[in-house]
Design a protein around this ligand. Structure first.
Ligand code: IMP
Ligand code: MG
Length: 195
């Protein structure tokens, strides 16, 4: 194994236990179970003969997707897309670019795009447009978090874990400069009063 030159986490980053819990592991688990039941009920009578397809947006949605897939009590399969994102900065450039496309066709399939956070809406608007070109039988959006006050383009998710104020959050898949994704709670930096 090559040794990383990147101090991990970088020394200037607060440790997770110095950060305030915004949504606890228990609250997340309860809400994911509820959304799973809701999706199971919504798609129960709508079989296309294929499993429901969950498309996760890498990397942030990977953990939410893995929990959600197991909370949906019907056949489902998953695929992933990757887009250019905030990268190492805390503000979006506004530009969205596809870095990794889906592996399998989704024409005629029921599809749910699974995202960690619906923020400005630029990412999901772009991805929704792109996925609709593949002619799925239906396309819905599930997001773990929604920051409605940040929206720049009009888009709403069909399934929302938690609506939150404008805090910068980490944990449960979400990162700051690739750190903190494995933290099981959703946390905010010290002194982030939100807006
Ligand atoms: P949007 O295109 O502005 O809606 O961007 C959504 C993406 O920005 C999410 O998928 C996250 O990757 C990232 N993002 C937005 N807010 C946060 C945050 O508070 N913490 C970590 N990532 C965030
Ligand atoms: Mg993301």
């Amino acid at each position: 194994m090559p040794t990383s030159t990147f101090a991990f986490p970088p020394p200037a980053f607060p440790s997770a236990d110095q950060m305030e819990i915004l949504v606890s592991q228990t609250q997340i688990a309860e809400r994911v179970a509820e959304i799973g039941r809701q999706i199971t009920a919504d798609y129960g009578g709508q079989s296309t003969g294929y499993p429901l397809v969950l498309i996760g947006v890498l990397k942030g949605a990977a953990i939410f997707l893995s929990d959600l897939a197991r909370a949906i009590h019907m056949d489902n399969t998953f695929d992933f897309v990757a887009v250019s994102s905030y990268g190492r900065a805390r503000v979006s450039s506004g530009a969205v670019k596809l870095i990794k496309d889906i592996d399998n066709p989704i024409e005629g399939r029921h599809v749910i795009l699974v995202e960690d956070i619906l923020d400005t809406g630029l990412t999901l608007s772009y991805l929704r447009g792109l996925m609709l070109q593949h002619k799925p039988a239906s396309l819905k959006i599930a997001t773990c978090l929604d920051k409605p006050s940040r929206r720049l383009v009009p888009i709403e998710a069909d399934y929302v874990g938690f609506k939150i104020p404008n805090h910068f959050v980490i944990g449960y898949g979400m990162d700051y400069s690739e750190v903190y994704r494995n933290i099981p709670d959703i946390r905010i930096f010290p002194n982030d009063a939100g807006q």
